[in-house]
Design a protein around this ligand. Structure first.
Ligand code: FA5
Length: 340
């Protein structure tokens, strides 16, 4: 049999095999059989070099035509098979839009929940909600709050500074400063937000946490007003009568300044492991706004005075839900989050 006849036979054989291929794997077998390293057409092409020139030309032309035709057929059938496979996948995954479907619904992060609750209680007492940027100026975070450049109080907060001399706010008290500039007294604001400190983390400290700042500026504001607002808020939040006590505390932007404690809600003040048997829990710092702070923001201290407090919102959430480690909040761990 001449080489030309051999090629014709192979052509017929290959066409038949391509047509009966049912899968991409079948097609790969056909390709290997004819065009692979040890394929039948490859062998003919390799044998061309020993043929006399005239035969080499005619057989070579025929073999190349066959190769081109085979490649074309393989491609065409491959596309048909891929199309069939796609259609069958689509029909087996079809969506019936009329069927009821169980959708995964999202939910609020526990911090957001408690934040909204805090906002609701304060707005019911006439406070407005205020927000401010997380990247702050040195002036808004420290300067306007009576921290002088060389004041040792600046060391109280380890700060993350940006290269252009700004900082990630270390407390929500920077929003007080913005409020005093924007709002005309009398005013009352509650300002929840995220704060950042460059510090080692432990179960009750994180480098990213939430506070809620409160400020009230009005005529003749006294510590009695501060205590009343705090007690009203805490009793509404914990849904029981909460007693508070004030201890002296130092912050350059309040005078006098306090640490506010609440009676332990676990033992009703009798003493238990939660309150380290003291009957009291340290909750938040507060005080009457220092006159220098009011003056710096253009408020007439002969007419107005005020109080402010800085609640650790993350810690309030921990108390509400009995969470033992603050680092769960930012972990993104769904096993933690799915509990709420
Ligand atoms: C302040 O930040 C003051 N700006 C609060 C203030 C406002 C005082 C208005 C007077 C008037 P302090 O650094 O103590 O204070 O933080 C307040 C609360 O934020 C703490 O009681 C605590 O609950 C929370 N807090 C502070 N640092 C962290 C931290 N690293 N991780 C979690 N919570 C923190």
């Amino acid at each position: 049999m001449s080489l030309i006849q051999e090629i014709e036979l192979l052509q017929a054989e290959a066409s038949g095999e391509i047509l009966s291929a049912r899968s991409l794997a079948d097609l790969d077998l056909v390709r290997g059989k004819f065009l692979g390293k040890k394929g039948q057409l490859t062998a003919i092409l390799q044998s061309l070099k020993v043929l006399p020139p005239e035969e080499k030309r005619t057989v070579g032309q025929k073999a190349n035509e066959f190769r081109a035709e085979l490649e074309g057929q393989l491609l065409k059938i491959r596309e048909e098979i891929e199309d069939r496979e796609l259609q069958s996948k689509l029909s087996s995954h079809s969506i019936d839009a009329l069927q009821p479907r169980q959708l995964e619904t999202g939910r609020l992060h526990p911090i957001s929940r408690v934040q909204y609750e805090v906002e609701d209680i304060f707005t019911s007492m006439g406070f407005s909600i205020m927000d401010g940027p997380e990247v702050e100026t040195d002036e808004n975070n420290f300067g306007a709050l009576n921290f002088s450049d060389d004041h040792p109080a600046r060391d109280m907060q380890d700060t993350v500074w940006t290269e252009d001399g700004n900082l990630l706010r270390t407390h929500t008290s920077s929003i007080q400063v913005r409020a005093m500039r924007i709002l005309k007294p009398p005013f009352r604001i509650i300002a929840p937000g995220r704060c950042f400190r460059y510090e080692e983390t432990d179960a009750s400290h994180d480098n990213t946490f939430y506070q809620a700042e409160g400020m009230l500026v009005d005529r003749d504001v006294s510590v009695a007003h501060l205590i009343h607002v705090m007690k009203t808020f805490l009793s509404a939040f914990f849904e029981k009568e909460v007693r508070v006590r004030l201890r002296p505390g130092y912050f350059p932007f309040v005078e006098p300044g306090f640490e506010l404690d609440i009676n332990c809600l676990t033992c009703a003040g009798k003493g238990c492991p939660v309150c380290k048997h003291s009957g009291w829990l340290e909750l938040l710092p507060c005080g009457l706004v220092h006159p220098n702070v009011l003056k710096k923001s253009g408020i007439d201290t002969k007419i107005f005075s005020g109080f402010a407090f800085g609640m650790g919102l993350s810690r309030l959430v921990m108390m509400r839900y009995g969470i033992e480690d603050i680092r769960h909040f930012m972990s993104g761990n769904l096993r933690f989050l799915n509990q709420f």
